[in-house]
Each structure stands twice: as structure tokens, then as C-alpha cells.
Design a protein around this ligand. Structure first.
Ligand SMILES: [Cu+2]
Length: 185
């Protein structure tokens, strides 16, 4: 009888000890988000080209890229409105990654001004790809304060660079969409 009581006490103690860990887990998971990027094709998505991990810091959200297989040089990279990486259709032609929609712009500014501007909230610092096709960069977005707001949007890497302006070409001049990943999905 005494043994039974002791075991019950021990079990209760274990439950109490593990309870805080269980309740803390969801909060910890929200501290970072990871998305896998895939190469875009006219029919959808192809091979995976790496990951982007997003963390919240006092300076804004930091997008840490671990990518490969990209053309060397500067590439526009942005958070886009829709959590979809499929093609869209324009005049009967499939546009790779078109389903991701335009740049994430919750304040409806309609302006592309780069990460330090007051336009699209999804405008990130330009992605620099090394000569070997890899990009291991930390891109800070001062305007993005809240990681949870990023969930369900897509990250797009463009073929061209990004001059943080709508002139002379719209949306920084990035043009065609090369790779895509849905944040938190
Ligand atoms: Cu973009």
C-alpha cells in the first residue's frame, strides 16, 4: 500500500515536471520559420534548391539563405502575397510562379522601394549568389516585425537583380521567377 502511494506521488511529480515543457513548445516553434525553395517550371515546381530560415530580431526579420544551383550575381528576392508556387496564365502562356501573385503589400502602398523604403513590406535586400551558384546570406527586413504575419505567403527569387525602385522597370527589374517556397508550408 505504501509503495502504491509512493508511485502515485512520483507519477504526479513527473507530470508536473513535463507540463511546462509541453506548454512552452508552441512559443518556441514561432521563433523561427523555415521554407524549402524549389526551382520553378511552366508546369509547377521542380527540384529543391535549399532552404531559408527566418528569425525575429530587434532589427527586424532576418532571412538566412542556404541555397544552391542559382545563376551567379544579384537576384531580386521578395515575400509575395499568395502561398502558392504554381504557374499563372497570361494570354494563353504559362508564367512560372505566377500564382504567388505580387509583392506582399499589406498596407496597399503599391510601391517597390526595397527593404529600407516605405513600400511593399515583402521587399527584401537583394540576394547575392556566389560564382559557384550558392547563396549563404543573411537578409534583414526592418519593416517585418512579426514572424507570424509571414505564414502562408511565398518567397520568390527572380532571374534579374533589384534596384529597389519601380523605375526604369517595375518591381526592381527582377523579371522572371526562378524559385519559390511557401513560408510555413
Ligand atoms: Cu518578387
Amino acid at each position: 500500500m505504501i509503495t502504491t502511494i509512493r508511485w502515485t506521488g512520483l507519477a504526479a511529480g513527473l507530470l508536473l515536471a513535463t507540463a511546462p515543457v509541453l506548454t512552452a513548445a508552441p512559443a518556441r516553434a514561432a521563433d523561427s520559420l523555415t521554407t524549402t525553395l524549389h526551382r520553378l517550371t511552366a508546369d509547377g515546381t521542380g527540384e529543391a534548391i535549399g532552404t531559408i530560415t527566418i528569425t525575429e530580431t530587434s532589427k527586424g526579420a532576418v532571412f538566412k539563405t542556404d541555397l544552391k544551383g542559382l545563376p551567379p550575381g544579384d537576384h531580386g528576392i521578395h515575400v509575395h502575397q499568395n502561398g502558392a508556387c504554381g504557374p499563372s496564365e497570361s494570354n494563353g502562356t504559362k508564367v512560372p510562379g505566377g500564382a504567388a501573385g505580387g509583392h506582399w503589400d499589406p498596407a496597399s502602398t503599391g510601391k517597390h522601394e526595397g527593404p529600407a523604403g516605405h513600400g511593399h513590406r515583402g521587399d527584401l535586400p537583394v540576394l547575392k549568389v556566389a560564382a559557384d551558384g550558392t547563396a549563404k546570406e543573411s537578409l534583414t527586413a526592418p519593416a517585418i516585425k512579426d514572424l507570424s504575419a509571414l505564414k502562408g505567403h511565398a518567397i520568390i527569387v527572380h532571374a534579374g537583380g533589384d534596384n529597389y525602385s519601380d523605375e526604369p522597370k517595375p518591381l526592381g527589374g527582377g523579371g522572371a521567377r526562378l524559385a519559390c517556397g511557401v513560408i510555413g508550408g
